[in-house]
Design a protein around this ligand. Structure first.
Ligand code: P6P
Length: 282
């Protein structure tokens, strides 16, 4: 697995350089979810593909930017599902963005995820890696190396509230719940970039990130294989919870298609238990 993480570290520096120095215009095509692709999306995807081609342990790649899977090394045991540059449309307003990686072994069901990682391209490059049974570990780029900063743990209760989705399309019970957190004094922290928004809650001790099913997106917006499940793993390993609108663990998801989405709630225990109550989940 270490060779996979070493590849992700190289990818982080290459994509950070691309963000700072390449063309941010639109490519002439859409990704598999029907979203307009930026040239930087396509370039980031290529950077990742080229790096993992050099890792014999990687048998297959599934990218947000491509419809199908890419077979690599038949002798490999790890299937890597990734979002090469999540929130890339935020680059042109100079906000932080990220790359997300889910490392699966044997099957693409959530229970077969063995590790996850994400990179935040912000004022600094930061990398978080979680493996089964350990707390997520934070690394920070210093020069051309990543320095270990330390483990990440969520408090039982946090202070931050990151409510995703278009508010006018929220269900009434979701809106009442989100408003109740603000009435308790939670601080609004939402940039529209999943990676920095979830990273901030992890590093600031906790709170809630929610992207519910909405009237325009009843199955949510965030993709199971390379967004929802990797972060669900992170939040559970950090001592929090990650559930869907039925109160089911997102780590029990069984994606039917590579680009399936799911309503998702990630947070500290207090906030997730409060959400279950507001959603009538016992
Ligand atoms: P909304 C970015 O496009 C993204 O996929 C995630 O990074 C982010 O959490 C979400 O969409 C934001 O969606 O509908 O709240 O703008």
């Amino acid at each position: 697995m270490q060779t996979v993480f070493e590849a992700i570290k190289k990818i982080a520096f290459e994509i950070d350089d691309a963000i700072k120095n390449s063309d941010l215009g639109y490519a002439e095509k859409e990704n598999a979810s029907g979203e307009d692709q930026l040239k930087i999306d396509v370039l980031s995807d290529l950077i990742i593909e080229k790096e993992f081609v050099t890792v014999p342990r990687v048998s297959m790649l599934v990218s947000e930017e491509k419809e199908g899977a890419l077979q690599l090394h038949s002798s490999g045991s790890y299937m890597v599902c990734y979002d090469p540059l999540d929130g890339s449309s935020l680059i042109d307003v100079n906000l932080s963005v990220g790359s997300i990686f889910g490392i699966y072994e044997g099957s693409l069901d959530a229970q077969y995820l063995v590790a996850s990682a994400y990179v935040v391209y912000g004022p600094r490059i930061e990398l978080v890696i979680a493996i089964k049974g350990s707390k997520p570990m934070l690394y920070r780029a210093e020069g051309d190396q990543f320095k270990v900063i330390g483990e990440i743990s969520l408090n039982e209760k946090g202070k931050l509230n990151a409510p995703g989705g278009t508010q006018q399309n929220w269900a009434p019970h979701h809106k009442a719940f989100i408003d109740s957190l603000f009435a308790e004094g939670y601080r609004l922290r939402y940039s529209g970039g999943m990676v920095p928004d979830l990273h901030q809650i992890l590093l600031k001790g906790g709170g809630l990130f929610s992207y519910p099913g909405t009237s325009d997106k009843p199955y949510g917006k965030l993709r199971q294989l390379f967004e929802v499940i990797p972060f669900a793993f992170m939040y559970e390993q950090a001592g929090g919870q990650a559930i869907n609108e039925k109160g089911e663990r997102l780590m029990e998801l069984v994606p039917q298609h590579h680009h399936d989405t799911s309503p998702c709630f990630f947070g500290s225990n207090y906030e997730i238990e409060a959400l279950k109550k507001a959603y009538g989940i016992n």
